[in-house]
Design a binder for this molecule. Structure first.
Ligand code: CMC
Length: 374
């Protein structure tokens, strides 16, 4: 008797050498390295190299990788036009999805092979930095501008957005890019693997991933969690809001719960550290206080069911303290995730390629006789 697995829960679709997660102990490693240690000591480009090529690069390899990314920051004019011509209220991640999809137009009959794949990686990383910084610029009424590489990926990105950036914020951005880089195969990465399994091109696979990332149960959670803090409005309101909305009306506490973790999400530690370190304005202090009070109530109510705080509870606070508005949060998640998704689709196609084609169990009517209506 066939059975379905709703949400593909506990279904394994690939072997991986990339990310290890122990959801019971709250451990997460990239190719064997603790994610929080990498977030503290390493850089986005170094960890991207690790994920994509298997090892921490030598200094020469790292510099070569950075140079190649810096050579790919300029976008073709038609991508500038897509960003520029997006309606004023367009969703930031929606623009990113459209721009990535448009880049796929130039890959006619893409052939997956090591040479093509490796050549494309710095191009995709350079292009996406430029796409996301220009989405921010256009929404901030600034002119479109190709970024100029400065020091590292995170600094280049923040300078492209804001014109200048302090050391602490650049470090926090670098860490956030690392912490969000990969998470084994959540909905977005799975969507990319499904697309790549048909041997479609890398940009199309990324477009599928970004589309799946958009939902509030996945990438959109940081934005929804922050909106929740805004709705509460004041630390004094936390308890009554929690009792009414979560306990009484049984709404879900956003930034809590995870399909894999039965304890705290390990990345939370780093995000909490930066949320405390960068907090500056009165409003940021208020939001942070609300978050901490809400977390305490959430853990008290749901901890015994294995539902704890996930990364998205605090990451929005950090993105806001770095200087980004709410509407950019999911797009920043998307930017961080590119190297992780690429690593998974390359791993899948190069080592285990098989078209993903599951089955559905038919429950509809039996054979019916068709009667023509005209
Ligand atoms: N608040 C209150 N109850 C919850 C929550 C929550 N955030 N999450 C799960 N539960 C309860 C749920 O009501 C259910 O209870 P019962 O068994 O009594 O009916 C039980 O826990 C199991 O829930 P589920 O929906 O079967 O669990 P899941 O593994 O499908 O849920 C989840 C995973 C992330 C969709 C869910 O925890 C959720 O909706 N969280 C809120 C949104 C959120 O924070 N999303 C970010 C996820 S992490 C980032 C990412 O991967 O992108």
């Amino acid at each position: 008797m066939e059975e379905i697995s709703p949400g593909l829960e506990n279904v394994y679709i690939k072997y991986t050498n990339l990310t290890f997660i122990d959801g019971n102990k709250g451990i997460m490693r990239y190719r064997g390295y603790d994610v929080n240690e990498l977030a503290e000591k390493s850089s986005f480009e170094e960890v991207s190299y690790l994920m994509l090529f298997g090892n921490i690069p030598s200094l020469d390899e790292l510099n070569d990788f950075k140079n190649k990314i810096s050579e790919n920051l300029a976008l073709p004019q038609y991508i500038h036009d897509i960003i520029k011509n997006a309606p004023e209220n367009a969703d930031a991640l929606g623009i990113m999805q459209t721009a990535l999809s448009a880049l796929s137009e130039t890959y006619v009959n893409y052939q997956w092979n090591e040479k093509n794949d490796l050549k494309l990686i710095p191009k995709i990383l350079g292009n996406t930095l430029s796409i996301v910084s220009n989405i921010y610029r256009i929404k901030s009424k600034l002119p479109i501008k190709d970024p100029v590489f400065d020091k590292n990926y995170a600094t280049t990105f923040l300078k492209a957005c804001f014109g200048m950036v302090g050391e602490e914020r650049a470090r926090a951005m670098d860490s956030a890019l690392i912490l969000y880089m990969d998470h084994e195969i959540p909905a977005s990465t799975t969507a990319a693997i499904v697309t790549a399994s048909s041997l479609s091109d890398m940009y199309s696979s990324l477009t599928s991933a970004i589309a799946a990332l958009r939902g509030p149960l996945h990438g959109g959670a940081a934005e929804s969690a922050y909106k929740q803090f805004e709705e509460i409005g004041n630390p004094d309101n936390v308890e009554s809001w929690f009792n009414k909305n979560i306990l009484q009306d049984k709404k879900r506490l956003v930034g809590f719960g995870h399909r894999v973790y039965r304890t705290y999400d390990p990345r939370l530690k780093s995000f909490k550290k930066y949320a405390d370190k960068l907090v500056e304005t009165e409003n940021q202090k208020k939001m942070l206080e609300i978050a901490k009070k809400l977390e305490e109530l959430g853990v008290k109510a749901f901890g015994s069911k294995g539902i704890y705080t996930n990364t998205d509870f605090y990451s929005g606070l950090v993105f806001n303290e770095i200087g980004f508005p709410l509407y950019m949060f999911t797009t920043l998640f998307g930017l961080s995730r590119i190297s992780g998704i690429l690593s998974h689709i390359i791993e899948y196609v190069e080592t285990q390629e098989r078209l993903i084609r599951p089955r559905a169990i038919y429950k509809g009517p039996g054979e019916r006789k068709y009667t023509q209506i005209h």
